[in-house]
Design a protein around this ligand. Structure first.
Ligand SMILES: [Zn+2]
Length: 199
């Protein structure tokens, strides 16, 4: 076998290996094209409200947060990617990008009623993480309040008050924790600085 023939064989093997690598990357990392959400905000909100209401009883019973991501398919249908179990004061949702699926909003519950936590409003971290992920967020509290975090205006907005979602039977209103109807980051920082966490 002469030298140029050996070189040609080595180059052919390299080319084949490269093709295999590209094919494997294409199989495992599908091209993800973010697109505009077509669902109306009211539809997303209605979906989130139902999803959260369905999780409230279990959230009270197990004294833990539940969270997840609402996604939209190419036809504009909404669904929940997965529901994660958190602990008493936090929850980490799982999101796996897929072709044709667009993340629309996050949601989470605040577990069961507790006099140890000021949990009738979104936490500062709730607001900051939704802004960072450029996604609206929905929240259900033990008192049955329903909140929307609007990442674009960077505000948390009370959609409906005490008892509009399922309420923990152990919930007793705490006058010191009575939330305002809207918070931006500054007002939320002030709330948690000035409000004792225990009622
Ligand atoms: Zn929260």
């Amino acid at each position: 076998m002469n030298l140029s023939r050996t070189n040609a064989i080595i180059l052919a093997i390299c080319a084949l290996a490269w093709v295999l690598v590209v094919v494997r990357i294409a199989q495992h990392e599908p091209v993800y094209e973010p697109r505009e959400i077509v669902s109306a905000r009211d539809d997303v909100q209605r979906y989130a409200r139902q999803q959260l209401n369905d999780l409230q009883r279990r959230s009270f019973h197990e004294s833990r947060e539940f969270c997840g991501v609402i996604v939209e398919d190419e036809l504009g249908n909404l669904s929940t990617m997965s529901v994660s179990e958190g602990d008493i004061a936090s929850c980490q949702y799982e999101y796996e990008g897929r072709v044709g699926i667009t993340p629309v909003a996050s949601f989470h519950t605040h577990g069961g009623a507790s006099i140890r936590f000021d949990d009738e409003a979104p936490s500062l971290q709730d607001l900051q993480s939704d802004i960072a992920s450029r996604m609206d967020g929905y929240l259900a509290t033990p008192g049955g309040r329903f909140w929307r975090i609007d990442w674009q205006s960077q505000t948390a907005n009370l959609i409906c008050d005490e008892g509009c979602l399922l309420q923990d039977p152990d919930y007793t209103p705490c006058p010191a924790h009575e939330p305002a109807g809207q918070y931006d980051i500054k007002r939320l920082q002030k709330r948690f600085r000035d409000t004792p966490s225990r009622c």
